[in-house]
Design a protein around this ligand. Structure first.
Ligand code: GLY
Length: 467
């Protein structure tokens, strides 16, 4: 048995070389992409789990704390690229175990043997030169980049990264399918635990147990709550009363860092009330129609607007809104019930590349619409084969919205306020349904989370059922 640990990589070495070569062809100055480090709790050897920066991973950086990739302009992805690794202290193996050798690292990253150097050489390699950096938001790494005098990568440099990362290759998709499988197993465990436990925390524990058993971390703090109207609720403090809906928006990232993000909502008792069922089926129709619309060339903003119209149809059927659904959607009346966007990019993060702001999510020349609801749309690009996105419409009864005159008064003529107030009084909460999909050339998108039921009766039948 060797002491050398395995190196977790998603793609074969030549793929990383090709990615770096494409990036090198688009840049004019050296680019340093940092891995970051594990933030410490109260002292450095009591850290949170380490997760390397996503761009560093994408371009072939092995998951090593305080490492960096240096990519020179016009590099072929090997010559002109260097992996800077932190030097080992003599006591490090005692506390942290062995680390991979330079040979193993260079092989995994697709670099020649002398393409691995100690990170304290980075300053000398860049001395007297203008260079740019991509730095994950970890204090020590930011300080290191600042000490080296590195500029932040400019928009052209970031776009060279973004345009590659937008389109998922077969290795990335395989990792995302694996993440989706584990995510669906977690959701099934959560559905089963709903019947056995009495607290949100019981359900969260069941979901997280599946992740831990599969060597995964959550891709974001799981949202598991009977207060689904709190869009990004944190913590699991509540009991789950009979009659409530439980919203479970949760996903893992698999060991290579690729994320899944799935939401299902179900009745705690396994039985829908008529209004819950109607609002659920409306959300489901929006999910299905928006998903089917995700074809190459389709503008994602139009997919959002389509989902808004379907939500308006269901709200009119429920007599919560009055009028023509298309006109209601044009007035953004749905945002009183559906105040967020239809989804976001997903990949090496649940919100892929949102660290680059709207440069990643918005195509050149496009900006966010300013209105309540519309302004929360995170993505407005034309879809292309290989783009992975989420589709996640919802319907919520949010007291904080209905308390706001600036939002409600302009739409008072189309709102059935007594019925809204009755639902608020009943704490109907929130319903969201979310799948992770990948756009394909033909035949509609691949729905990575398709095997997890969405049909109202099929979902309810899973509540409390152990496999
Ligand atoms: N599904 C969690 C999020 O979109 O932020």
């Amino acid at each position: 048995m060797t002491n050398e640990p395995a190196i977790e990589m998603t793609a074969p070495p030549d793929v990383y070389q090709q990615r770096r070569a494409r990036l090198a062809a688009a840049i004019r100055r050296p680019l340093v992409i940092f891995a970051g480090h594990a933030p410490a709790r109260n002292y450095s050897t009591n850290p949170h789990p380490f997760r390397a920066g996503s761009s560093y991973l994408y371009f072939g950086g092995p998951p090593l704390e305080n490492a960096a990739l240096l990519i020179e302009p016009r590099s072929d992805g090997d010559n002109g690229c260097t992996l800077l690794r932190p030097p080992m202290g003599p006591d490090d193996p005692l506390w942290f175990g062995e680390v991979p050798s330079d040979e193993a690292l260079s092989e995994a990253a697709g670099l020649r043997r002398d393409g691995v150097a100690d990170s304290d050489r980075l300053g000398a390699l860049l001395a007297g030169r203008q260079a740019a950096s991509v730095v994950p938001p970890y204090p020590d790494t930011l300080a290191w980049a600042a000490q080296l005098g590195l500029a932040k990568a400019d928009d052209d440099e970031l776009l060279a990264i973004i345009h590659q990362r937008l389109i998922k290759d077969e290795h990335e998709l395989a990792a995302m399918r694996q993440a989706a499988e584990i995510c669906m197993e977690g959701h099934r465990a959560a559905l089963a635990a709903t019947g056995r436990g009495q607290r949100e925390a019981d359900v969260a524990a069941a979901f997280l147990a599946v992740l831990v058993a599969n060597g995964c971390e959550p891709s974001f703090n799981p949202i598991i709550t009977v207060r689904g109207e709190v869009l990004h609720g944190q913590g699991y403090p509540n009991l789950m009363p009979n009659g409530a809906l439980l919203l479970c928006d949760a996903g893992p990232e698999e060991p290579g860092g690729y994320a899944s993000d799935i939401t299902r909502t179900w009745p705690v008792s396994g039985k829908w009330t008529p209004i819950q069922r109607h609002l659920y089926n409306t959300t489901l129709r929006a999910l299905k129609e928006a998903t089917a619309a995700c074809a190459p060339g389709r503008r994602y903003r139009d997919v959002h607007d389509l989902s808004a119209r379907v939500i308006c149809e269901g709200l009119v059927e429920a007599e919560l809104l009055r009028g023509d659904p298309a006109e209601l959607a044009a007035r953004i009346a749905h945002a009183l019930f559906y105040p967020h966007g239809v989804g976001h990019l997903i990949g090496l993060d649940a919100h892929d590349m949102e660290d680059f702001g709207d440069l990643a999510g918005y195509a050149a020349g496009r900006t966010r619409r300013p209105e309540f609801g519309n302004k929360s749309l995170r993505l407005d690009r034309d879809l292309q084969p290989g783009m992975a996105v989420t589709i996640e419409p919802g319907i919520y009864l949010v007291p904080a919205i209905w308390a706001r005159d600036d939002l409600v008064k302009p739409l008072a003529d189309v709102v059935n306020r007594p019925k809204v107030d009755a639902l608020l009084k009943d704490h109907i909460g929130g319903i969201r349904l979310e799948d992770t999909i990948c756009v394909r050339d033909t035949g509609g998108p691949e729905v990575l989370s398709e095997a997890l039921p969405t049909d109202a009766d099929a979902v309810a039948a899973c509540v409390g059922v152990s496999r």
